[in-house]
Design a protein around this ligand. Structure first.
Ligand SMILES: [Zn+2]
Length: 660
């Protein structure tokens, strides 16, 4: 997909925005104090037990060490596969993916072989979803959370136990509740995408490049002035659905490295290398309708080249165009207290770093704003936490490991010794930040409060990419119409000969059988024929070795029916790939492309990942009181919460309290 296609499909949920489908604002804020018991759960996305252990032993994580000595420190069993939406859903819904129906970031429509976003659906709109540096549009205006089963805070609500759930992943839109919840990972920007930045430059080298998640505008300085536009959500009120736009001007100081930005009646001056803080913008749709958002400007360079970065336009928490909290007033109250804040699901702009728009230092400056904001809001919530449960989520641990692994690990193909001198310690510094957050929280809670610290999965290097669909083609399971074609990069599965294709890969870990009666052009009969094929492919995948290193590429090829239980287990991919250390799915295969080579070197900045076999990718669990469980799993954390509040485990739920 080229940049032009991307922009074309980079549509927004504007119909939805304009029609104001936010839920009723009349839901009463929840807060009955039926219990004096308190549990604080800190969720540090992607915190890895091995690294935590090393830095704890070196005395770099004193608060973690204290907690480990007080209660314990264990590896926390993660989901199959260890992707954040799947893992956090295991925790949220107290079940495995067969019970909550989220198997991957990406599912598929068997009738079209088209990738779909697993966690939420916006009907009646076309929008773009971005995962790392992977970008794809989904067709699917109401927005719906696709996770099944009850969220644990809904269960707490039934028992009159108040909860605040801050930025829980895979909870967009937030499920109906009277509890205070703010959505996190999965929350789109104002364009309905996973983060579309705008970049204005006089440099021509970027223009017409294939860039995902970023819109590059070539600008011209005429008489020390630049006139340009900030595009926003698609204006679905107009038949050709153009993006709504705001004109703005930049005035360059003739002598100094300073510029003035004039946009919608606001004027502000930025020095070179200065951030603007949040600015409100409003996109006119029709004379009576507009939609508002917030964004940040960063003046990267004034001369010799002009370079201005504008962050993805976040939903404005003061007047949310899409639902981001329950009750609606919760997000608005936080905005009153703190001013505008990051609402986009994963706030770090990894796309800007991936595309050389922000450098490492600039990326971290922006992500530091995220951390500062997280710390301030946690302080605020802890200050008023007097009953029930507080769950608090931190994203920077995950995002920075994805982007900076290459500078921690000199075996990584994207290792850069010069950059490593400055940024090789970024991941360690981030763990120390996590430690400071934990330390602060421990000083603010009373002795009676149960404190649990968890991560959803660990981390691994990402050295080499696996093209599943190419492997399937090489092994005769997937056929192209043109047998002699070296590669097929149009997606999804353009040029695939379905009449002869028995299996295909979609998503980051999923392999599906082209099943008769289920897939549009299915050929494999369900039952014995399919079962035998699944076992055969799984065996071959587990035997497959990287010709360059001799290593197994997959530690496990899980057969779904062996590992999932529950009412939605049948929706799973037939095989779930559990990669070996150092390997991951490529960025091309998940959307149905068939590149030339089975394996490729990963030279991207996105250099750490966690798509491995669950056994290789545990998260962390610590508590402030001794616990017995030797190998706890995500669902055991949910069971622990329920146990502390004396809520009985329903039969169909999985897990046991770690304290029992
Ligand atoms: Zn991650």
């Amino acid at each position: 997909m080229n940049r032009r296609d991307f922009i074309k499909t980079g549509a927004g949920a504007a119909a939805l925005l304009a029609l104001g489908t936010r839920p009723d604002g009349v839901i009463r804020a929840y807060g009955q104090k039926a219990t004096a018991k308190k549990i604080l759960v800190l969720g540090f996305d992607g915190m890895d037990p091995h690294l935590t252990d090393i830095w704890m032993k070196e005395g770099k994580l004193p608060a973690f060490k204290r907690l480990a000595a007080q209660g314990g420190f264990r590896r926390l069993g993660t989901s199959i596969p260890p992707q954040s939406p799947v893992a956090w859903s295991n925790f949220i819904a107290w079940t495995n993916p067969g019970g909550h129906g989220i198997f991957d970031f990406i599912h598929r429509d068997p009738k079209s072989y088209f990738p779909t976003f697993s966690a939420s659906a916006t009907e009646g709109a076309t929008k773009t979803i971005r995962l790392g540096n992977l970008v794809f549009p989904i067709k699917s205006g109401t927005v719906r959370n696709l996770r099944r089963g009850k969220a644990f805070w809904q269960v707490l609500e039934e028992h009159d136990i108040p909860a605040t759930v801050f930025k829980m992943p895979a909870n967009y839109p937030p499920v109906p509740s009277r509890q205070k919840t703010l959505s996190g990972m999965g929350t789109p920007d104002l364009e309905g995408s996973y983060g579309m930045l705008n970049y204005y430059t006089t440099e021509s080298k970027f223009v017409n490049e294939d860039i995902g998640g970023a819109r590059v505008h070539q600008v011209y300085v005429i008489g020390n002035r630049i006139e340009t536009k900030l595009p926003g959500p698609v204006n679905s009120f107009k038949s050709d659905r153009p993006a709504a736009e705001i004109d703005f001007k930049v005035y360059l100081d003739p002598r100094n490295a300073v510029a003035k930005i004039a946009i919608q009646g606001q004027e502000f001056i930025l020095r070179e290398k200065e951030w603007s803080g949040w600015k409100r913008v409003s996109f006119p749709l029709i004379p009576t309708q507009s939609v508002g958002g917030i964004c940040m400007f960063y003046l990267k360079e004034v001369r010799h080249q002009f370079k201005l970065y504008v962050s993805p336009i976040n939903i404005d928490p003061a007047r949310p165009a899409l639902p981001i909290s329950t009750p609606v007033s919760y997000g608005e109250d936080l905005e009153k207290k703190f001013g505008p804040f990051f609402t986009k699901g994963l706030p770090a702009d990894t796309s800007a770093l991936d595309n050389d728009i922000l450098d490492e230092g600039e990326f971290l400056q922006q992500d530091d704003f995220v951390l500062q904001e997280s710390r301030a809001m946690l302080d605020y919530e802890l200050g008023r936490f007097d009953s029930g449960l507080l769950f608090y989520y931190i994203s920077s641990t995950d995002q920075r490991q994805h982007m900076f692994w290459r500078l921690l690990d000199d075996k990584h193909p994207a290792y850069d010794p010069v950059l490593a001198r400055t940024f090789g310690g970024t991941i360690e510094a981030t763990y120390r930040e996590a430690d400071a957050i934990l330390d602060r929280a421990l000083t603010k809670v009373d002795k009676e409060t149960v404190v649990l610290v968890m991560s959803d999965h660990g981390f691994n290097p990402y050295y080499r990419s696996f093209n599943l669909n190419t492997w399937l083609r090489t092994n005769g399971y997937l056929k192209l119409q043109n047998e002699f074609k070296e590669e097929e990069l149009e997606w999804p599965f353009v040029g695939t000969n379905w009449a002869k294709t028995r299996a295909y890969g979609i998503g980051l870990n999923g392999l599906y059988i082209n099943e008769k009666g289920r897939e549009a052009e299915g050929i494999v009969a369900p039952g014995a024929e399919k079962d035998a094929l699944v076992r055969e492919i799984a065996r071959k995948l587990e035997d497959y070795r990287d010709p360059m290193t001799g290593d197994k590429v997959l530690a496990r090829a899980y057969v779904a029916r062996d590992v999932y239980t529950g009412p939605f287990a049948g929706d799973a991919p037939e095989i779930v790939l559990g990669f070996n250390r150092g390997y991951r799915i490529s960025f091309k295969s998940p959307l149905g492309r068939v590149p030339k080579d089975i394996l490729e070197v990963n030279k991207a900045k996105w250099s750490g990942d966690h798509m491995g076999a669950a056994e290789l990718m545990p998260g962390i669990l610590l508590a402030n009181r001794p616990f017995a469980a030797e190998s706890p799993a995500l669902t055991d954390v949910t069971a622990t919460i329920m146990d502390v509040f004396d809520i009985e485990k329903p039969q169909e739920m999985i897990g046991a309290s770690i304290f029992k």
